[in-house]
Write a protein that binds this ligand. Structure first.
Ligand code: AGP
Length: 607
């Protein structure tokens, strides 16, 4: 996720508005900042690693003259935070400047093609390829609009692109596929931005660019065209009635709620892993004598789900362990043949980095899954995958959990293929289901949110919750319980359901709420037994089950129904969403701030 702002003005300096706009978008990313301005037909680009304020001051960006320009605040996805990877990216003649939010899936093949044609790349980003492709097209007499359309038709992946060029120095071109871009017009000019808050000081009449559309901005306003056939699109503007604070959260009351709702998008991005690195990581996993999955908190729950995925799909035994216990438990036995797969949203968690240091000292191979390019984890791991969730601001991890499980699922499937553990038909079916997950998550949220709010109201005064699941759903139960505990402070337990009768059942009495996670699959008949055990001791049963699952519905007091057809192995990614929403609404009803729970920090960088 990155922030984009562009403007064409009648009066005033573009950089002043770009600076303000980027500051309002800083929540979208903040590792590098850059600006391109055209003045007297000359393009000037200034950019560097660092937050907006730092870069604007150190490069004296506010001194840049000109009435047309674009700016970018970056959240790295390809290439570490560094001056050369900061946007805008330019072609070789510095006539075209490109900024981008998203991930270009086919950039490696396009980059190879451009290199063969003699282009020299200055960065390690996926974005730069667009500048070179445009430069190549501009060698014909097709014009900038034609060149844009031709290039956009070749790009696969998610993007909001904004292009400034001396070929047409009074226009800004932009395009969208799955990454947001909003257009607006005021008396003083025309604007584009990643999000409404950046436009609100100038106009509350906006037009959201849609997937597959390109827009041409000029002082006269904007023209929207379809990328597929170049035809013009007429669409009325929309009036925004949000306050600036609400606008920053896209109308949601809290970042946590916004991030829960962002999951269909973050999961779609999580499906766009770089094949080359996926391959590399799975090769290491395959070669290791033993594989440890090391992480803390929510990331540990992803590892727990991952251990079932590796075992069930790829027949690989792995050892999930919380980072802070790794050294005591395995520190004296890990060695040169051990693989340590670490998972960390921030890439900066102290306990996880400590475990990595130790593993490296013992000559083990360290691999990583993280959300943060340029984090310590990405610097010390032998190889890593970026989970592509975008920045998460709420302290309670939500979209980063589902993305991590999405990445681990793809690793398990790739490994299953390498090791010959699944047939091609099975692989194809899992792949098809994996691609349905973002839609299933969307459907779950849309259909169930009101019902979950109502369940939160009904359970408002509960003093204890018990979360239970079997198999991979025990990871979902643990994560559901962590969400509730973190932001509502209500005491709660989570257990593998089969284990509950070995102790925890003693606390069950009349009226205690037991939350059961019950997808269809191998564990279904066992979970029915566990529900009966709790029910017969007076527990109230709240079940998350498949739509039309009469066996579970009959035994439960309340149910949340999930879409049909989700394989049990992939269920945590979808089945966690009602539990995230339940925790969120309960916290809000209790008058608590779910974004800033007491005693917690987003990233725990201390021992
Ligand atoms: C999750 O809701 C928590 N905020 C916390 O448990 C978190 O997952 C943990 O601190 C690990 O962080 P990391 O993924 O950045 O390493």
């Amino acid at each position: 996720m990155c922030g984009i702002f562009g403007c064409i003005l009648r009066e005033g300096q573009a950089v002043k508005l770009i600076n303000d706009g980027l500051k309002r978008l800083e929540y979208r990313g903040y590792d590098s900042t850059g600006v391109a301005i055209i003045n007297n037909n000359q393009m000037e680009v200034r950019k560097d690693k660092g937050r907006i304020e730092e870069v604007i001051t150190s490069l004296r960006i506010l001194d840049m003259p000109g009435k047309i320009g674009v700016g970018h605040t970056r959240w790295a996805t390809h290439g570490a935070p560094a001056m050369e990877n900061a946007h805008p990216h330019t072609d070789e003649s510095d006539s075209i400047a490109v900024i981008h939010n998203g991930v270009i899936e086919n950039y490696l093949e396009l980059k190879d093609e451009m290199i063969e044609k003699g282009h020299i790349f200055k960065s390690r980003t996926d974005t730069e390829v667009l500048a070179h492709l445009l430069e190549e097209e501009m060698k014909t007499d097709i014009g900038l609009q034609g060149a844009m359309l031709r290039v956009l038709r070749r790009i696969k992946g998610s993007y909001a692109f904004v292009v400034l060029s001396t070929y047409e120095p009074d226009k800004i071109y932009c395009a969208r596929n799955e990454s947001p871009l909003v257009l607006g017009v005021s008396e003083n000019g025309t604007f584009c931005a990643s999000d409404v808050p950046a436009l609100l000081p100038y106009t509350n009449q906006v037009n959201y660019l849609r997937n597959g559309e390109m827009a041409v901005l000029s002082l006269e306003g904007y023209k929207i065209v379809k990328i597929s056939d170049g035809s013009e699109v007429e669409r009325p503007t929309q009036e925004i009635t949000w306050s600036p604070e609400m606008a920053e959260k896209q109308g949601y009351t809290h970042y946590m709620l916004k991030e829960i709702h962002e999951q269909p998008t973050s999961l779609r991005n999580g499906l766009r892993l770089q094949e080359r690195y996926l391959e590399l990581l799975t090769q290491f996993l395959d070669r290791g004598k033993e594989v440890f999955l090391v992480a803390a908190g929510t990331s540990f729950h992803s590892c727990l789900a991952g251990s079932y995925l590796f075992s069930k799909l790829a027949r690989l035994t792995t050892f999930p362990v919380v980072s802070s216990e790794f050294m005591e438990r395995y520190g004296s036995t890990v060695g040169i043949d051990s693989i340590i797969l670490t998972v960390s949203q921030s890439g900066e968690t102290y306990d996880t980095l400590k475990a990595i240091d130790h593993a490296r000292m013992r000559a083990s191979t360290v691999l990583g899954v993280t959300n943060t390019v340029g984090s310590t984890l990405t610097r010390v791991a032998r190889a890593y995958l970026i989970q592509q969730s975008g920045p998460e601001i709420g302290v309670a991890a939500t979209k980063t959990f589902t993305s991590q499980v999405m990445v681990l699922s793809q690793m398990a499937l790739k490994l299953a293929k390498t090791r010959g553990k699944l047939s091609q038909d099975e692989l194809d079916e899992y792949d098809q289901k994996l691609h349905m997950i973002p839609d299933w998550v969307e459907e779950t949220i849309t259909k169930n949110e009101e019902r979950i709010k109502q369940l939160a109201e009904e359970n408002m005064n509960e003093e204890l919750f018990v979360f239970l699941g079997r198999g991979i759903s025990s990871a979902t139960a643990l994560e559901g319980r962590l969400k509730l505990l973190e932001i509502t402070y209500v005491p709660s337990l989570a257990y593998p359901a089969g284990e509950s009768k070995h102790g925890p059942i003693s606390i069950i009495e009349e009226g205690v709420t037991c939350v059961f996670v019950c997808p269809r699959g191998e564990t279904h008949s066992h979970i029915i037994g566990s529900i009966m055990e709790m029910k017969s001791r007076g527990a109230k049963i709240l079940s998350i089950c498949e739509e039309g699952d009469e066996d579970i519905k009959r035994l439960s007091d309340k149910v949340v129904e999930m879409p049909k057809g989700i394989p049990e192995e992939l269920s945590p990614i979808v089945y966690i969403t009602p539990l995230q929403l339940f925790a969120y609404h309960l916290a809000v009803l209790k008058g608590l701030d779910p974004d800033m729970p007491r005693n917690l920090a987003k990233s725990v960088t201390v021992p």
